[in-house]
Design a protein around this ligand. Structure first.
Ligand code: ADP
Length: 395
């Protein structure tokens, strides 16, 4: 049988995350991660049948990683059954409100979005080029992190800045994590036993990067990330919202350059900056329980800002039918979920402590005892990308 498997690729500047899966059943045949590409210690880790193997690379970049992947597909006897390759692409600007089959026009449009995502889109493009060379006989599809949010109304996406900044330079809110927000909203509707089209949901994707989204009838109407993935919530190492006057003030006070300040807001801020200890929530929860004041503050600010942002999203929706927690923190941390719901009692949430404590990764479900439902839903971005890839090709 041919055409059973979709290969999903997420190419970073020095890494490729991949999964070979069946879009209909969700079965994963092979997955893995190539890391430190281009460096002497480059390696590929492959996972299949519950087992894990690691292969050293000779410092090559994407092409060498794809050679290992191809050899593995050959060994599994599924190379000829790969029907399509779906690529995660970070920024699709205003051009893409849906996934797109990759053509030279589409590549040009992704290239045109490079100024909006200077770290991510070039890596996505190089990955696509190498993957097209490695898998020449199958269609390739780009699935954009921003696409889901293209349904936001202008009141949600415009900044109150000079109009020409928007019309000439594209300064507006785009939003990210779209694949995850769309996926968990649909899963939540199924869990609630109601049509997605009738539901007003807030989805909270909480991982190393975090964002919330107001989803009305399956469409994004607002989200917390903006022009870049730096806006909004407190994240692992990203600050989230700060006063736009900070850059000028700090540059004058400290002598830091604009790009040094931006780098610090991306890499040394958030949970790491507040705690002066770690960016990892699990580590911070343990340290906070042990009395570390910085860790406690980091956790408290994270929760406070999250709750405030969720409450803001209720305004975008008018009526709130459910709140969904997902991502590494959302799926695993009962403490963060309970603290957030307590802060949100004003919106009518009543935590079910037992259900909340029992909801761990791999188990979706309700965690409230009454009032507005809150749910834990496991995100699956690879499966969502595989499905969107197949849908585009079926059209
Ligand atoms: P990414 O955004 O990179 O995909 P994840 O979605 O895997 O990351 O989320 C990573 C975050 O999830 C980290 O802060 C990690 O500490 C947190 N996390 C994972 N498991 C737990 C847990 N049991 N309790 C609290 N936080 C957790």
């Amino acid at each position: 049988m041919s055409g059973m498997w979709t290969l999903v690729l997420n190419c970073g500047s020095s890494s490729v995350k991949f999964a070979l899966l069946n879009p209909a059943s969700g079965e994963v045949r092979l997955s893995g991660l190539a890391e430190r590409l281009g460096a002497p210690e480059a390696s590929v880790r492959l996972e299949r049948d519950g087992g894990r193997t690691t292969h050293a690379l000779r410092g090559g970049a994407y092409a060498e990683a794809f050679d290992v992947l191809l050899a593995e597909l050959e060994a599994l006897g599924v190379r000829s059954e790969v029907s399509a390759v779906g690529h995660r692409v970070v920024h699709g600007g205003e051009r893409f409100s849906a996934p797109a089959r990759i053509t030279s026009d589409v590549l040009d449009a992704i290239r045109a979005c490079v100024p909006l995502a200077p770290l991510h889109n070039p890596a996505n493009l190089s990955g696509i080029e190498a993957a097209r060379a490695a898998f020449p006989g199958v269609p390739h599809v780009a699935v954009f992190d921003t696409a889901f949010h293209q349904t936001m109304p202008d009141v949600a996406y415009r900044y109150a800045v000079p109009e020409a900044w928007y019309t000439r330079h594209g300064v507006r809110r785009y939003g990210f994590h779209g694949t995850s927000h769309a996926f968990v909203a649909a899963e939540a509707a199924a869990l609630l036993g109601r049509p997605l089209a009738e539901l007003n949901l807030v989805t909270a994707h909480l991982g190393n990067g975090s964002s919330v989204c107001a989803v009305q009838g399956g469409r994004s109407v607002d989200t917390s990330m903006g022009l870049t993935p730096l806006e909004g919530l407190v994240m692992g190492t990203r600050s989230g919202d700060v006063d736009p006057g900070l850059h000028d003030y700090l540059a004058r006070q400290s002598g830091l350059t604009l790009s040094e300040i931006t780098a610090a807001l991306n890499r040394e801020s958030g949970l790491l900056g507040l705690s002066n200890l770690a960016s990892d929530m699990r580590e911070l929860e343990a340290a906070a329980a042990g009395g570390h004041a910085g860790a406690r503050l980091a956790v408290d600010v994270f929760v406070y800002r999250l709750a405030k942002t969720v409450a803001g999203m209720a305004v975008a929706l008018g009526r709130l039918d459910g709140l969904i927690f997902t991502g590494g923190i959302g799926e695993n941390s009962a403490t963060i979920r309970a603290a957030t719901l307590r802060r949100l009692a004003v919106l009518g949430f009543e935590v079910d402590e037992e259900a909340n404590a029992g909801a761990v990764r791999g188990q979706s479900g309700l965690i409230t005892a009454g009032g507005v439902p809150a749910l834990v839903v496991n995100t699956n971005e690879e499966l969502s990308i595989a499905r969107q890839t197949e849908e585009v090709l079926a059209q």
